[in-house]
Design a protein around this ligand. Structure first.
Ligand SMILES: Cc1cc2nc3c(=O)[nH]c(=O)nc-3n(C[C@H](O)[C@H](O)[C@H](O)COP(=O)(O)O)c2cc1C
Ligand SMILES: CC(C)CC(=O)C(=O)O
Length: 351
């Protein structure tokens, strides 16, 4: 077993050491110049927390609620595809670690275990991330299966009409395994075009015509609340409120889609302001420290989601690694509240 890591960055290094280059690059990489990838983390570093002292912080409590569900910390697991490339236990290990830590995992449509297997592997609140496929009935089937397997919300990914250009995957000629959820529904035997077979697959299957008008259809086929993931502007936040979304995830897809889109933390306030408190706003992208979580909550997020850190934990140490990553982030977040003298991050003064 690899040496114990003391922070998320060290888990990333452990993952880099154990994973084949093709898989590490797939997980770690962003689109094109990777400007936004860097910015997602750098933008957090530019925000300073003004601490208060002599505040009783003996009773700080990191727990929160998301759509009415209690979780132990404002940190959830973002949907990321293909966990089996990190560890043979794949999404089952991730789901078990989430359950142990009493938080919510959002399962990707493109998981390497079936959504039913993940639902059956342990008892926890889980959400299901949905891609819209050209064959809408495939998306509808996934929604129905998720609902009957006990998933509690749909996270509709809005920022992938096409796949961003990830140059490492093209150079490595990335090969992807079959997507378990789609077996029997869609052919996953896409002939690679000499580059990334994920890009070839996405082009063939994902529906670039998905628009705001389709939210009504999605609502008509499920009773689950719908979160819209990938919003970065006040205009789209307003639209999300109008169409009756249950929440918004401010996200640039971990900087894997539009390069030179803004870092998520830099647009959070604008989005929160536009919603006028009518729905909860979540954020993902670049969260690597408890201070990042504190800053996101101070700027109005109800909770954050983490993508790559979870995969790095999974690659380095399986289920235990995911648990350690979540615990590290939770502990750092608690410590930040204590040292900032701010049991409620919303009272923070940032500059
Ligand atoms: C390897 C990888 C796979 C991803 N797969 C999906 C996916 O299947 N569906 C989705 O909505 N987002 C996907 N994302 C985006 C994440 O949900 C999330 O927005 C992003 O990872 C957050 O940034 P972070 O990795 O810096 O925490 C993926 C991200 C990564 C890194
Ligand atoms: C297109 C998906 C299968 C994966 C994804 O969203 C990603 O790799 O960022």
């Amino acid at each position: 077993m690899a040496a114990e890591a003391v922070n998320v960055k060290e888990f990333q290094e452990l993952a880099r050491q154990v994973l084949p280059k093709m898989h590490y690059d797939f997980y770690a990489g962003g689109a094109e110049d990777q400007y936004t990838l860097k910015e997602n983390e750098e933008a957090f570093k530019r925000i300073i927390i003004q601490p208060r002292v002599l505040v009783d912080v003996s009773g700080i409590d990191p727990s929160t609620t998301v759509l009415g569900f209690n979780i132990s910390m404002p940190i959830m697991i973002a949907p990321t595809s293909m966990h089996k490339l990190a560890n043979p236990e794949g999404e089952l290990a991730t789901a078990r670690a989430a359950a142990t830590c009493n938080t919510i995992m959002v399962l990707s449509s493109s998981s390497t275990y079936r959504l039913e297997e993940v639902a059956a592997c342990c008892n926890a609140v889980r959400f299901f991330q949905l891609f819209m496929y050209k064959k809408r009935d495939v998306s509808a089937k996934l929604v129905q299966r998720a609902e009957s397997s006990g998933y509690k919300a749909i996270v509709l990914t809005a920022d992938t009409p096409r796949l961003g250009r990830r140059e490492a995957d093209i150079k490595n000629k990335l090969i992807v395994p079959e997507f378990e959820n789609l077996k029997g529904l869609l052919s996953t035997n896409v002939v690679p075009d000499g580059g990334s077979s994920l890009a070839a697959y996405a082009k063939e299957t994902q529906d670039a015509s998905l628009s705001w008008e389709d939210i009504a259809w999605l609502k008509s086929i499920t009773n689950m609340p719908i979160l819209i993931k990938g919003i970065l502007t006040h205009e789209d936040a307003t639209r999300a409120v109008e169409v009756g979304a249950a929440g918004i995830i401010v996200s640039n897809h971990g900087a894997r889609q539009l390069d030179y889109s803004p870092s998520t933390i830099s647009v959070l306030e604008e989005v929160v302001h536009a919603t006028g408190g009518k729905l909860p706003v979540f954020l993902d992208g670049g969260i690597r420290r408890g201070t990042d979580i504190f800053k996101a909550l101070a700027l109005g997020a109800k909770a954050v989601l983490v993508g790559r850190p979870v995969i790095y934990g999974l690659a380095a140490m399986g289920e235990y690694g995911v648990k350690r990553v979540l615990e590290l982030l939770k502990n750092e977040f608690e410590l930040t509240m204590a040292l900032a003298g701010l049991p409620n991050p919303k009272d923070a003064y940032l500059h």
